[in-house]
Write a protein that binds this ligand. Sequence first.
Ligand SMILES: [Zn+2]
Length: 336
Amino acid sequence: MPYRFRLTLACAIALILAAPAALAASQTTPAKPTTPAKLHPLTKFRPLKRHPIVALSFDDLPAAGDLRPWLTRVGILTQLTKELHAAHIKGVYGNVNAVDIPGDKDCQQALRDWRAAGMNIGNHTFSHPALDNVTAASYEANIARNEPYLRQFAGKSNWHWFRYPYLEEGNTVAKHEAVRKWLHAHHYRIEEVTLNFNDDDWSDAYFRCKDRNDTAAIAWLEASYMQNAAEYIPLEREEQQVAFGHEIPNVLLLHATEFTTLMLPRLIHMLQQQGFRFSTVPKVERNRAYHQDPAVGLPGGGSFTTMVLLAHHQSVYLPPHPPEPLNQLNSLCGGS
Ligand SMILES: [Zn+2]
């Protein structure tokens, strides 16, 4: 499902005091700062001492994206775990919406296989509501409705990790705090995200282009997916310097779609070329940066870094950059 989050980009930074609403607006559109006297160049990038670190995480299991008629969820998740094993990546969290599980043997077996391959599962709500659109109480009930399925498939592994759909942690501070309080009372940790290049935005276009067997369009999808990842990931790492004073261990949001499964070996190779070492969500989020609660209302949601910046009344400005090619993705191969 398309994430509403769009990254704020930065090369020069302004630390400005402003109303949260104004900051939220400024973070969605690169803009010239109104207080140039307070701008200063971004200090030298300070990556993590030895290696940048990333935990991969996959949302919308067991049924992410559309399924072509001759494929199965078992087939897609089996391929995904093969690729993770080939790169020696273990203990990856797949965040589950159980709405697709009842009565669907393919989805049930796919989750069993995911677990048997040594991967973990977390809670992503039962039916993927957007927190902006519902009350905290209704949202909490949706999280709780997912739990019997997690208990069934998780075995003895820890499924008390929660990933917010659309990365929406509350459009008001009151809602943000209410859901956090409920999660804490029910022994959850929040699976925050620092890296996100909207990988799932390629899923529908790939579905249409495969249907037409349009090899030129598929080649463009593959190239633009990698280009988008290559542009956004370094910028999101740099943005952390402002929010945390240095880079922190990362969590990358991905989706268990057919297209991301196809692209994963190339994505892993790119991360390795950038020096990344792979870790797990529980290890990464031991870092104390993740222990803070950015108590803000952020309509449309955003990464953990974006919320921390907002909580600190900081804005990050980045130079012009190629935007995600959403129009092309939506119109390619007979789209809208
Ligand atoms: Zn999701």
